[in-house]
Design a protein around this ligand. Sequence first.
Ligand code: S3P
Length: 178
Amino acid sequence: MILFLIGYMGSGKSSLGRTVARETGFDFVDTDAQIEKECGATVSEIFAAQGEEHFRALERDVLQKAAAAQTDTIVATGGGAPCFGDNMDVMNAAGKTVYLKMSPRCLVQRLGRGREKRPIIRGMDDRQLLAFIEEKLPEREKFYGRASMVINCDGVSDAYVAGHIREYISQRRKTNAS
Ligand code: S3P
């Protein structure tokens, strides 16, 4: 089974993905980290040197490779990944997608210093970031809303969300086995 974690920057895809993979024995792929490894450059450097379009092409390649995995795998995707090309179809065809849903206010809180390594939001103060997310999130939710499952992450602990994801995995296992 391949489980793709999707959601806005700061929603916890990478850290939760790593935690649940450790707990369940699934392999773990982080698309941003994979791109950085393959290019020998950070996401910010790729955006600056080659532009966002080039980054989206790399992201697409990495996502397709992850979608072809033959082992149980959790894939933490970049926040924009579901919203380009037919990436959402690719993920839903290859496995299950889980949307880690979080309100703009909670996202701003979680994106403390983390915004500096994210080229799209770098340098924004809290007020600017809140306005930016409030404008952009509804556009992205058109894609995120096509997830196999949505977890409401506002005001709940990471441990609770991780438990929810594990529960979903075991439910899918039972359904597939029956
Ligand atoms: C992006 C999100 C980032 C990274 C890139 C673009 C986006 O990933 O892929 O900076 O467009 O939302 P995270 O969601 O892991 O921050």
